[in-house]
Design a protein around this ligand. Sequence first.
Ligand code: SF4
Length: 172
Amino acid sequence: MTLSELPKVLVSACLLGQPVRYDGRASGHPDVLRGWQAEGRVVALCPEVAGGLPTPRPAAEIPGGQGGQVLDDQVQVLTLDGEDVTQAFVRGAQQALALVRQHAIAVAVLKSGSPSCGNRLTYDGSFSGVKVSGEGVTAALLRREGVQVFSELELEQASQALGRIAVPSAPR
Ligand code: SF4
């Protein structure tokens, strides 16, 4: 398998050292992700920036913490001041999905705990630091579309999932 044939992986931009978080910071840059970048297999995206939000930006949470309910128009994504930023979050998720389809991506590594990217836990909407079992908006949309979504806390599992992806052999 040549480097150009390696399966690509969608990665939260803040996990690649890009200062795109709501507070204008990055979220680290793990060696595993650096290695995948060197192999040319990383597709980076910050869904919130892609959806049109600035950096820095007010922190936002999903009341109840369920990104799937945002996609189903059941709850809004709100800032602490009550600003409705739902549309930007949904636009960002749709851009992530477009990249997944464009690059035939089956595995994503997204930042844990985020109202966009969190894959297992999100904040509960009270802005008091309480997390609940749930997914961010982008993580929920990608998982609905069949993408295996991991976090930076699950890089070993993500590596194994990538290794199991069969790449079609080139025509003879
Ligand atoms: S967690 Fe997701 S939405 Fe938040 S800064 Fe990182 S890439 Fe952007």
